[in-house]
Ligand binder design. Structure first.
Ligand SMILES: [Zn+2]
Length: 83
């Protein structure tokens, strides 16, 4: 697990993940999509106070960058992941 606080790059990556429509998003107990912040996930639904301070581990920064590039390439090409 990757515990918050997270860097700007990781927050950006997690939010691309959430909005891509290519992956099952992180959700709260009620099934609302979560939004990544440096302090962890918050629920996107007004009035829902769910928070979560972990995400699945990205093993290394190299893997993170590789994964991000793959994701962005897939998004730009309008393809589903894995391509
Ligand atoms: Zn919620």
């Amino acid at each position: 697990m990757m515990k918050a606080p997270w860097t700007h790059d990781i927050v950006g990556f997690l939010n691309v993940w959430q909005s891509s429509g290519l992956f099952h998003p992180y959700t709260c107990d009620s099934g609302h999509d979560l939004v990544a912040t440096p302090d962890g996930w918050i629920c996107s639904k007004v009035g829902c106070s769910y928070t979560q301070d972990w995400a699945y581990e990205l093993v290394s920064m190299d893997q993170f960058e590789e994964h991000q590039n793959t994701l962005l390439t897939a998004l730009q090409a309008g393809r589903r992941y894995p391509v």
